[in-house]
Design a protein. Sequence first.
Length: 582
Amino acid sequence: MSALATPSRPLAQSFDAVRIRAKFPILQGTAHGHPLVYLDNGATTQKPQPVIDAITRYYESENANIHRGVYQLSQTATRLYEEARAKVAKFINAADDREIIFTRGTTEGINLVAQTWGRSFLKTGDEVIVSAMEHHSNIVPWQMICQATGAVLRVIPMNDAGELLMDEYAKLLGNKTKFVSVCHLSNSLGTINPVSKIIKQAHAVGAKALIDGAQWVAHYATDVRELDADFYVFSGHKLFGPTGIGVLYGKQALLNAMPPWQGGGDMIESVTFAKTTYAELPNKFEAGTPNIAGAVGLGAAIDFVKSLDFEAVHAHEQSLLEYATGQLQSVPGLRVIGTAAEKGSLISFVIEHPPIGSYDIGVALDHQGIAVRTGHHCCQPVMDRLNISATARASFAMYNTRADVDALVKALRHLVAGEVAKRPAPSPPKIHGQIDFPKPSAVSPEAGAAELIEFFDFLPDWDARMHEVVGMGTHLPPMPDELKTEATRVHGCQSTVHLFGVRHGDRLDFLADSDAHLVRGLIGILQRVYAGQKAKEILAFDVESFLRRVGLEEHLTMGRRNGLEGMIRKVRELASGIAGQT
């Protein structure tokens, strides 16, 4: 359902988000002295008091291992665990409780299907179809199983609005198609995919279909039988439940035909050294002690959601999405990424005029108490398709309000105004021979690194170091716009980064620039170490040891570390080319 195709307005008006918000203890808190505005529900939702109480109660008075104990406590824990399974089955309208397999989350559910169904039924030349907007967890497992079996991965393309091209999907389908795996609602674009149609067309050619419902289940009713999904996966922590628990739904006949994924306790019927026979569903796929408390918490989360008027919740969220979309589009220089007609629960955006990196947006909002997600959202192919490196993403839940949106928009307007005020007027372009490359900071990379280490050692903590790193970025030599081409683009960064280098004898000179303040600071560090140095000394320099010594590897996020490594690889590639010529 699109943001515009909402249920009746009275439902949206009757829903009291403020009353619901009061049931979530963490939302009563602050961040950086401001009331917490939590807009990262696509990553994880917050937990209501009944879920917290259920988990606490389990550990305080109900904790025991399940299924094999004859004593009362074990029987109580077993009952709670299996009651949670029954609640999940009813929540998604599964035909039988045995079709519900508890996993650690969506990712494990997809991997389980890929490694069991895929290894059993895929062969060389078969085709698996995913979409262009999938999360990495619905791409990589299929790449792995295709490599192992000789099957081929095919991709449903999408348009610039973030909508799947269904005509192209129809062309991909054929007698080689064995499996189709797509998301119900995109975590990076908010697109709602026509999964009923996708499943029906897959079945028409004899293929099976899996739906990733991680972003869907907290916002819309889910009926796996109406969808006719062969498999459906989701995570508890995105449904107001605990982390570390998820669900794989599978049609019983398919699950019975699949071999176990892991071996161990509870998944066996009998074991001898000669032969092992396996337990019936669902135990066959739940080896070892499961996350019992997680299942109990998920059951409590489902009870909480079902206690509400789900249609009213949905209407409130769609009304909020519509309001937020309009308000955000009024922010100067902001562009919404993902404008599908059928959309829900989240908005991704970039700020282009002036260009502000998603990381800088996230940091600035955090200082105002506003939590959003920044980066590629584990959807790098989406970013590549749309020719962007990253977005900022605001994702909504039942407890969010228009006041949250207003705080977000106000902070973004302030950020844009501040950036406009402090950015210098653009300098006239320079031709290649007139570029001012930074001069060497020391006689060798080792000497430059030693100076930086000594400087950082005087700083009291990482916050002070981070402040200095960002400050280095303000002193970068300007990089002419004509050098910012696809050839100089550094891929793998969560921000837009360009790096251009030239040979001067046996030395490397280079310029680099980014739309993110922190990344510009990292460029400043690399220039202090590498700029104007001999190519062979650049290649010999132990950069990993240096990064550990100054704390960059420890304190940078995984995405930022990957981006830094991408820049280092680019510098070393340029140096390698020079060294090979001298």
